[in-house]
Design a protein around this ligand. Structure first.
Ligand SMILES: [Zn+2]
Length: 322
């Protein structure tokens, strides 16, 4: 007999007393609240810090940093969080903070911890690079399925939505406050970085990780290095990383991200050449000072899982071909 998922679920529900599930599920869902705590980092700029952890049920997927910018024309957000519920809470908190409606939401790249809250906003105010819109079109459903599996009720009501405004200009001004829009790549195929010219605050998206190990599931390390070089040449004063604490120097997050990906690149190459298997490579020592980066072991093992097969294919001779 083949048991379908529906039959199993039906059987499970039938075994629960009739009134219990509705009360239990309702209570659980009502208790799922995202605390949105904006912290002022510059004149008219706030950061809402994500948890320095992998996406888990206990953090509801709220692991990415979000930036709120108050402009004379209205409130601008950078990234939207992981779910409709998060996006709605963010919108309410931001509008209460500034006293102005949200008029623009930038999505820095395709990853669901940054993009899946965008359904809380009118599609025509949500802007992203054309490459990001194509990435979400291609991979968004898979990310959405994964998020529902990991987070279930946190995701309730969240549909896959696309940003409605492709970014084709190098800046936008809101009542005289100009944001420079930089089309970069490397963490993903299209990464948006934003410079608030009024305060010199660089919002790096996931091109920047600060005291938190970089995530590489869609990375091209050579292009990432080029983008970091470009950000390093900017005359910015401070930086908001995609993950990890605000960087008042504006330089530490750039240097740490570059140091990690340089080490990762070299170490995985060395590991393949010395014959380590994937499990052994995932257990390799992470040297100081990189060992203090949050989620280091987790990200190293993820990086091994997606880089290793191609590296082995490139670096190891096939015994049937020699
Ligand atoms: Zn990302």
């Amino acid at each position: 007999m083949i048991l379908s998922r529906r039959a199993v679920l039906g059987g499970l529900i039938a075994s629960i007393p009739a009134t219990a599930p509705a009360i239990a599920m309702g209570a659980t869902f009502a208790a799922l609240n995202y605390p949105i705590t904006p912290v002022a980092i510059a004149d008219g700029v706030w950061m809402v810090a994500g948890a320095d952890e992998p996406i888990r049920r206990d953090n509801g997927g709220a692991i990415a940093n979000i930036t709120i910018i108050d402009t004379p024309a209205g409130t601008v957000l950078v990234d939207s969080g992981p779910s409709l519920r998060y996006g709605e809470a963010l919108k309410a908190a931001a509008e209460q903070l500034t006293g102005r409606k949200v008029i623009r939401v930038y999505i820095t790249h395709l990853h669901p911890d940054h993009a899946m809250g965008l359904g809380a906003f009118p599609q025509e105010i949500v802007a992203a690079l054309p490459g990001t819109i194509a990435d979400i079109q291609r991979d968004g459903q898979g990310f959405s399925d994964g998020m529902y599996r990991l987070l279930d009720d946190w995701m309730r009501g969240t549909d896959l939505k696309l940003p409605g405004l492709p970014i084709r200009t190098e800046s936008e001004s809101f009542g005289g406050r100009t944001l420079r829009l930089m089309a970069l790549s490397g963490h993903s195929s299209a990464d948006l970085a934003i410079l608030d010219e009024h305060t010199g605050t660089l919002i790096g998206g996931d091109l920047l990780f600060h005291r938190r190990a970089p995530a590489t599931p869609t990375a091209d390390l050579a292009r990432w290095r080029e983008s970091l070089g470009m950000l390093d040449r900017l005359l910015h004063k401070s930086a908001v990383p995609g993950h990890g604490p605000f960087d008042p120097s504006g330089r530490e997050a750039i240097a740490q991200t570059r140091d990690w990906i340089d080490w990762l690149d070299q170490s995985l190459t060395d590991a393949v050449r010395s014959g380590l298997d994937m499990v052994e490579a995932g257990e390799m020592a992470i040297p100081a000072p990189l060992s203090v980066m949050a989620a280091g072991r987790y990200e190293l093992q993820r990086s091994v899982s997606h880089f290793y097969p191609a590296l082995e294919g490139r670096l190891l001779p096939r015994i049937d071909k020699v």
